[in-house]
Ligand binder design. Sequence first.
Ligand code: OXD
Ligand code: MN
Length: 579
Amino acid sequence: MNTSCQTLADWVEQVASHTRPEKIHWCDGSENEYRGLIDLMLADETLLELDQRNWPGCYLHRSDPSDVARVEHLTFICTPEEADAGPNNNWMAPEEAHRKTDELFAGCMQGRTLYVIPYCMGPIDSPYSRCGVEITDSPYVVANMRIMTRMGTAALRRIEQDDSFVKGLHSTGDLDPDKRFIMHFPEELTIKSIGSGYGGNALLGKKCHALRIASYQARYEGWLAEHMLILGLQDPTGRIRYIAAAFPSQCGKTNLAMLVPPAELDGWRVWTVGDDIAWLHPGDDGRLYAINPEAGFFGVVPGTAPDTNLNAYEMIRRDTIFTNVGVTADNEPWWEGRAENKPALDWKGQPMSGDSPAAHPNSRFTVSARQNKGYTPLMDDPRGVPISAIVFGGRRRELAPLVYQARDWEHGVLVGASVASETTAAAAGQVGVVRRDPMAMKPFCGYNFADYWGHWLETGKRLSSPPEVFHVNWFRRDESGRFLWPGFGENLRVLSWILDRCENGADAVDTPIGMTPAAGALNTDGADVSAADMEALLHIDRAGWRQEMQQIGEYFDTYGERLPAVLRQRQQKILGELG
Ligand code: OXD
Ligand code: MN
């Protein structure tokens, strides 16, 4: 036994006798251990070494071509009552889900090593952090978990102290998509994932624990687990304020969290606290505080370039695991959007041919957050950072204006619950279809959305100084498909209006859907955006919004009696104002 935590020791023993590994390895999180895993994977070609002279510590992993994204249709919330999972989730009865997966786990680790990964989501010494243990047979998962979480001995010590942890059992199985399941048992604080090695399905600390299980725990413990980036925005006076922003996968959270200000906005700076997940707690002072439970970034590679995300571009030049990118003839990683060099092999290792991309559209980098130029030690502050503004957003060609502000917290909850976005390659399935993605949590909320919105409303009541709530849309296009807003660094202009609004300092126009920037209130000096485009970006199309509000009402209908009445009232009120 390698731990004084009896529950953990018993569980490892029980899993081992079921899965029958050849060896058991308790991860300590050391550099030596990481090096050993890399060597092992180089030897069996799970990893390929990239050009170490120019890309030191960088490796390429090619996944099975059928295993490149999250699989929402194979992801289940297994609460005893189906209604508790809600219409937003796939549900399976816990006994059935255990039976189905246990059958697949039986003997699945024969001839392999079982790794025990103790990890902590959040700073080790934060009261807001929560621990978990992932058991896996994949060295690739172990290496990624070491980058993405605080993993190893320190986490194990905390688990022994708390005597509480989330149990995550994972095996890549035989990668047969018909035998792939990602099961969550929120009441048992347990995850069982089999048949996939892809990040969101296999690095169990991330989506499975820090969002699905944590959102469920947060409801009972009085906090929020959200699919949000956290950034610190330093203005030219040196003052830093914090923003948390929820966008669906592949809508630019990582880019926004690492934003580099355009030259005209001299004196501004962005500090990255997190790029994907925020755990939010009401503080004693009535403000909302955020920690990032992760320690690294699992970001989308294509499009990463000096003009879109210089910090990320430089950050991934060393000590990075690339998954499913192309390679050049001289063994550098290559992806669409990388200007230098050209690809020789695509992400499957095949010679480039025709128009098919070199990198898979959902190819990823895994890298420590400390390698980012915008790293701030506040990321490791056990108290977290106070949030001034919460921003929701989606990818929408039409309708949603560049930015608008909710009137108050309740309206903000309605704005979050109404988020819709075009689907992307982060999940298997059709790309580009608009779907409702409330709070960007559609794939990640571990319980019924109606109860979740109720919990948001209750949380607001505990805040005497709640954050202001906004909605943004960087993705508006004209009829020809041209983007109306330049995006990336220029988004700072919108963020600075948002911060001004938090202190009633910028002019706004009152519209039925909320407050939009008054003419000239949003600084566009030096930006490549015409007055006509700006007008289109801020225009409220009343007929379109009437239809949208009606559709939101129909969407709410699917939650029946459980829908908090106040959301219906606010939706009806706006519909009435739209005339
Ligand atoms: C992610 C996702 O990987 O949202 O962050 O899919
Ligand atoms: Mn995400």
